[in-house]
Design a protein around this ligand. Structure first.
Ligand code: SF4
Length: 371
């Protein structure tokens, strides 16, 4: 199949798009060509693409928007050289730099987050990966947060993680671990020289192996090709993440990618839609760069993604929380409550793996079978 980007039948949705939407509703992964067709679709079918993705979003997540809140526990001072990052070694971005905040300070941030409507706090620290001492510190931080807000989901993001540290974080009460693949393996060497794509894949595997809910996504707009974007999306699909943050590059001054502005709001929608078609029943989160790149089309993004960050990012400012809550309400969505499960029921079974639904009706039961 080639990329169908041309004419629109007068009856409405292009046939290739309708076929892909039905496939994703049935949890069949789109083909590479279909994913590429989304990225390369013409402006005259953009709203059809959004509508197809919105169908999936509604089918699996209703009108709920999950809010996540970032807590930057250690800012700057990193020895790694990720070229997109304002905290990298040699960065002249002028970001705030500080060493580990205390568990009580983190708990105070979590309290603010919960009050503002966040369901998940993401405890992030710059650096290649945690030491034993760092993991202990984060364990104490999780306890401090849990004491005040047992209902909050706690995700940890500390860089490259081994199996032992992953188990320790799980035992300390962490729910999830974030480590993004960021970009395709073929593009990785261009954006970072101090660790590898394989290091990142290994970390996601260790987190999942320890029973932490795997959260892993991308940064879009770093010079990758459409094919590379599909590569990393399919690579993520193989890792079976529970949540997929889609970041749009924020090109900080003082970093190698300063001035790199290759995204338009429409491109961002196509990228989000591609991820939704590949991950119909997985939390797709609009992450960093939402305000900068989607701009006035952010409400359309909510029709595709079911999750966003509330408030500020790690080293840059986001929109005021009240403005985002207003946008969510104006677009006809509701904030997901702490008591509501994000993942559809079939993904919660068996630790998030998709499993065939066991028959509990028809022969051998007292219920009539589906016919
Ligand atoms: S390891 Fe993390 S904090 Fe350090 S440069 Fe890379 S992305 Fe930034």
């Amino acid at each position: 199949m080639t990329a169908h980007t041309g004419t629109v039948p007068s009856c409405g949705t292009p046939a290739w798009l309708a076929e892909m939407t039905e496939g994703s509703l049935a949890l069949r992964r789109p083909s590479r060509d279909q994913a590429l067709a989304v990225l390369r679709s013409d402006d005259d079918v953009l709203l059809d693409v959004v509508a197809g993705a919105a169908r999936l979003r509604r089918a699996f997540f209703g009108n709920r928007v999950k809010l996540n809140y970032l807590v930057n526990m250690k800012s700057g001072l990193c020895g790694e050289d990720c070229s997109y990052c304002s905290q990298r070694r040699g960065s002249e971005a002028g970001v705030l730099t500080y060493n580990w905040i205390s568990p009580d300070e983190a708990a105070g941030e979590a309290d603010r987050a919960a009050t503002a409507g966040a369901k998940r706090v993401c405890l992030v620290a710059s650096g290649r990966g945690p030491s034993d001492r760092d993991v202990e510190r984060v364990a104490r931080t999780i306890s401090a947060i849990r004491a005040g807000h047992p209902e909050l989901e706690v995700c940890v993001c500390l860089g490259i993680l081994g199996a032992e540290h992953a188990s320790r974080l799980k035992a300390a009460g962490a729910d999830a671990y974030n480590h993004n693949l960021n970009t395709a393996a073929s593009n990785y060497g261009r954006i970072c020289s101090t660790h590898s794509f394989e290091d990142r894949v290994g970390t996601v595997r260790h987190a999942a192996g320890a029973g932490l809910s795997p959260c892993s996504g991308v940064i879009v707009g770093m010079g990758e090709s459409d094919e590379e974007l599909v590569d990393v999306a399919f690579g993520l699909h193989d890792l079976r993440p529970d949540s997929v943050p889609v970041n749009f590059l924020m090109p900080f001054e003082g970093t190698p990618l300063a001035g790199y502005l290759e995204l338009s709001p429409a491109r961002c929608l196509r990228v989000l839609a591609m991820f939704r078609f590949i991950f119909p029943d997985v939390e797709v989160r609009i992450a960093g760069g939402r305000e900068m790149h989607l701009r006035s089309l952010q409400p359309l993004g909510l029709h595709i993604a079911n999750s966003i960050f509330l408030g500020d990012y790690l080293t840059s400012e986001g929109a005021p929380g009240a403005a985002d809550l207003q946008m969510i309400a104006d677009a006809g969505f509701v904030v997901e409550g702490a008591e509501e499960a994000t993942r559809p029921e079939h993904r919660r079974a068996a630790g998030g793996r998709v499993v065939p639904p066991l028959r509990r009706r028809g022969l051998g039961t007292e219920l009539p079978g589906n016919a």
